[in-house]
Design a protein around this ligand. Structure first.
Ligand code: GLC
Length: 412
């Protein structure tokens, strides 16, 4: 984490592959920092939110410094800000992280001050999600780009991505393949469509009102919706704990939670016995059982018995929990980005959720598998669920952070 820290202000996910500040990576890093340097943890969050857009969006990447090793960089996004950023967002884990750091902090005075200062920013961000990404108040927020989900290459996005035209995109050169084998990364066709979406959003200057009407990729991702529901619960709790005076804000958060709890049912799919993402343009749920389904435990809306049965089956097929896709799905690919491998940040959220539901045995399995992966295979970006091989980038910050904040307690 120290090696990946830049200027004592933010943490890059991994040198070369991801040389800037990434939104949800940075939040998990803050949790890792909190285990040994609370001041640095708060600094991380402060830096991230210093780049929040005026409307409330927290961008998915902040390009603090110039680097050639990443595509698409600031010249592609063309976001006009002093420090350039991307023009899309990522899973809103921040409020949950702030609450966790606040509750465990030993320096109470700083924690009080920092958490209090964060609340209006977190609120504004959640208000952006509910207002801009669910303007009709359905209780399900939309994402417009696979990268917003954080599970960039999940098969859930395949069909919707195919509807995105790649006509006329500017020629470009991928940089990810300079660092990681092609077999572990998205295909060229996917990449073209990722770029086409960015170009479309850029043409409309990232105007959320316009994008809501014309984006060809509009999905209620189960992952984002569960993470946001949890984040709202944590924000409300944090406001109570620090006796935040503005009760109007509390009422808004409570109303979002109520709406989200109801809407979660729309994502349940009897066929796969999973929570699935929903394509908001076709109005249909996407039949793919992924690790995001188990974030229902973290969000407090799990169908406990049904989902534990599914989890147990996966646990029989995989040596290391939790694969990003059902190992029995024909699209399962143990090494390819979000089509099979294990990500420890997802495990962290699932593990905590399971424990909160009293599913001790399953929580222990997820915790122990995570600890073994990190301790025995090192700080990789993601892992093969069948043999534990470490994949993608190495010396990865959020993997180290998950160890520090949680997984080490489970190491046998
Ligand atoms: C990849 C992941 C994304 C993560 C980023 C940096 O794009 O899919 O979730 O934030 O890498 O680690």
């Amino acid at each position: 984490m120290r090696d990946n820290s830049r200027g004592g202000r933010y943490t890059i996910p991994s040198a070369r592959l991801y040389p800037f500040q990434w939104n949800w990576d940075s939040c998990f890093c803050a949790l890792g920092w909190a285990a040994f340097d609370e001041a640095r943890a708060w600094k991380e969050l402060e830096t991230l939110f210093a780049h929040q857009w005026p409307g409330g969006m927290v961008p998915h990447i902040i390009f603090h410094e110039h680097h050639d090793s990443y595509f698409p960089g600031p010249a592609v996004w063309q976001v006009k800000r002093d420090v350039p950023t991307s023009g899309i967002t990522q899973p809103p884990v921040a409020a949950s992280i702030v609450r966790a750091i606040y509750e465990r902090a030993t320096d109470r005075e700083t924690a009080e001050r920092m958490a209090r200062a964060m609340i209006p920013k977190l609120f504004l961000n959640h208000q952006w999600w509910h207002g801009q990404r669910d303007p009709d108040g359905t209780g399900l927020v939309a994402v417009y780009h696979p990268w917003e989900t954080g599970r960039d290459n999940s098969p859930e996005w395949d069909a919707a991505l195919k509807t995105v035209s790649k006509e006329g995109i500017a020629p470009y050169q991928r940089r990810d393949l300079d660092h990681v084998q092609a077999a572990c990364r998205p295909s060229h066709d996917d990449y073209d469509r990722y770029v086409a979406l960015v170009e479309l959003f850029r043409r409309h200057d990232y105007d959320q009102g316009i994008l809501y009407r014309l984006t060809p990729f509009k999905i209620a991702d189960a992952g984002i919706n569960f993470i946001l529901l949890r984040a709202n619960r944590d924000l409300l709790r944090l406001m109570d704990e620090i006796k935040y005076p503005d009760s109007a804000l509390r009422a808004d958060v409570a109303a979002w939670i109520a709406r989200q709890e109801k809407a979660a049912a729309l994502l349940w799919d009897d066929g796969t016995q999973s929570y699935c993402s929903r394509d908001l343009l076709t109005g249909r749920n996407i039949a793919a059982s992924t690790s995001a389904s188990f974030l229902s435990f973290y969000a407090g809306v799990a169908k406990k018995d049904e989902q534990i049965r599914v989890l147990e089956r996966w646990g029989g097929d995989a040596e290391f929990m939790v694969p990003s896709l059902d190992p029995a799905d024909p699209r399962f690919d143990r090494k390819r980005y979000w089509r099979g491998p294990v990500w420890v940040v997802v495990n962290f959220m699932i593990g905590r959720g399971l424990k909160e539901y009293g599913c001790e045995e399953q929580a222990r399995r997820v915790g122990r598998d995570t600890a073994r992966l990190i301790a025995e295979k090192s700080f990789c970006e993601y892992f093969d669920p069948l043999d534990g091989e470490g994949l993608g980038g190495n010396r990865f910050s959020w993997t180290a952070a998950v160890w520090l904040a949680w997984a080490r307690d489970y190491y046998p």
